[in-house]
Design a protein around this ligand. Structure first.
Ligand code: NDP
Length: 448
């Protein structure tokens, strides 16, 4: 419960005007709660209506996406793009293709993206989009036709200096390629209108690795600064086995950690000897298969049905990298009982509010998504820079910049937490540090 009357009133109004949008309201409440000390000290925010403007997207479009499957059957999906804030730069945020996608999920992701993008120190506004389309089990031809139909509407709303989408759940390099091809065909314009592109047509080295690597750079810095520890020698559990999870495991292993488990929405695998990432990449990136296949290929490993049980495995570092609200209070209690010392959110809002509170109350170092998974959008920002300059930077150049950005995000979050009288509370720190720049820009730009 917030004590600040202004924040309370705006939140109650947000609840009234966005009924049933639980994920969006969860994200707003989390941000508002941690901004309370800052808002108390800055009455100009209320005077200029900053919070009520921030919770209302600048623009949101929903549209019909009609496509034909391989059998000639017509399908209709719903597409979304929410352009939440352009206060500090062109709209930027990923596209998610998953059957669960709805207005609430797209708005929670777009809202969080405002602050995350601000934290990167790059000039990027906040946006998100997607569709309730499930690419799983679809042929390449079907995915291509869906992407073309989706872009046939979306192209009116985006542009290299206006709104630059990227990938997210269900949208990887294959989908970005089809979306880019259709944009180019419709607009007769070869520009960096999407990030996460193939290397042959303007993509950046390290974009694929950036979110997972960035998460580990952040967690390593958090362990070092707040506990005089490192990832080296730690037992680690990573949920998911998609883009973020795979490259989190890769960097954790580079840093000397031992990752013993990964999952997908069906269940999880345990390999006490350390996950063989070559096998996971073959199953997930090449064959688009299920994680259960790992146990059939690697002797000594096992598969357990049901993904939630992964948090019952004893570990020192837990990295939820699958989806929102995948780690609840019961899971947090079990992790704490089993001695977890650090949790880093690779996915967006993977821990429920109760789980986050439990970790914080029990002295677990907690790296919130906004800060810890900002590596993906940071590398996307670097891809935009390369496109604008028509330059190509090496893997080492981009990786070095990515590492610097993640360490800087940790520092500014830590400093903001200290300034609010909550040292070590990186949830507060990340929200305040991300918010400050956006609010200052809004105050300077006049009413809109
Ligand atoms: P992918 O589509 O590549 O992978 C998602 C993974 O999560 C899959 O293994 C999927 O399994 C699994 N999954 C989905 N739902 C559940 C569930 N309920 N329980 C367990 N596992 C589940 O997506 P990304 O790796 O790109 O994204 C993962 C998370 O990271 C999302 O929250 C996303 O918003 C966030 N993120 C992604 C960024 C990026 O650069 N890609 C940047 C910043 C954040 P299955 O195949 O069975 O569905």
């Amino acid at each position: 419960m917030m004590t600040n009357a202004y924040l309370n009133a705006v939140y109650q109004d947000t609840v009234r005007r966005n009924q049933g949008e639980n994920e969006f309201l969860q994200a707003v409440l989390e941000v508002f709660t941690s901004l309370e000390p800052y808002v108390e000290r800055h009455p100009e925010l209320a005077a200029h209506g900053i919070m009520e403007r921030l919770v209302e997207p600048e623009r949101m479009v929903t549209f019909r996406v009609t496509w034909e499957d391989d059998g000639g059957r017509v399908h209709v999906n719903r597409g979304y793009r929410v352009q939440f804030s352009s206060a500090i730069g062109p709209y930027k945020g990923g596209l998610r293709f998953h059957p669960s996608v709805n207005a609430s999920i797209i708005k929670f992701l777009g809202f969080e993206q405002i602050f995350k993008n601000s934290l990167t120190s790059l000039a990027l506004g906040g946006a998100k989009g997607g569709a309730d389309f499930d690419p799983k089990g679809r042929s390449d031809g079907e995915v291509m036709r869906f992407c073309q139909a989706f872009m046939t509407e979306l192209h009116r709303h985006i542009g290299a200096n206006c709104d630059v989408p990227a990938g997210d759940i269900g949208v990887g390099s294959r989908e970005i390629g089809y979306l880019f091809g259709q944009y180019k065909r419709l607009c007769n314009n070869f520009t960096g209108v999407l990030t996460g592109k193939g290397l042959q047509f303007g993509g950046s080295l390290t974009r694929k690795e950036a979110t997972g690597y960035g998460l580990l750079y952040f967690v390593e810095e958090m362990l070092r600064s707040l506990a005089h520890e490192t990832v080296f020698g730690k037992t680690i559990v990573v949920s998911g086995s998609g883009n973020v999870a795979i490259y989190a495991v890769e960097k954790a292993t580079h840093l000397g950690g031992r990752v013993i488990a990964m999952s997908d929405s069906g269940g999880y695998i345990v390999d006490e000897g350390g996950i063989r990432l070559d096998v996971v990449k073959a199953i997930k990136e090449e064959e688009r298969g299920r994680i259960s296949e790992y146990a059939r290929r690697v002797p000594g490993s096992r598969y357990v049905e049901g993904c939630g049980g992964i948090w019952s495995l004893p570990c020192q570092v837990a990295l939820p990298c699958a989806t929102q609200n995948e780690l609840d209070l019961a899971a947090a209690r079990t992790l704490v009982e089993n001695g977890v010392m650090a949790v880093g959110e690779g996915a967006n809002m993977p821990c429920t509010a109760q789980a986050v509170a439990w970790f914080q109350e029990h002295g677990v170092l907690f790296a919130p998504a906004k800060a810890a998974n900002a590596g993906g959008v940071a590398a996307s920002g670097l891809e935009m820079s390369q496109n604008a300059m028509r330059a190509t930077w090496s893997f080492e150049q981009v990786n070095e910049k990515l590492r610097d950005i993640m360490i800087n995000i940790f520092r500014v979050s830590q400093e903001a937490a200290e300034a609010c009288g909550r040292p070590g509370d990186l949830v507060t720190g990340a929200n305040v540090a991300g918010f400050q720049k956006v609010a200052d820009a809004m105050l300077s730009e006049g009413l809109y």
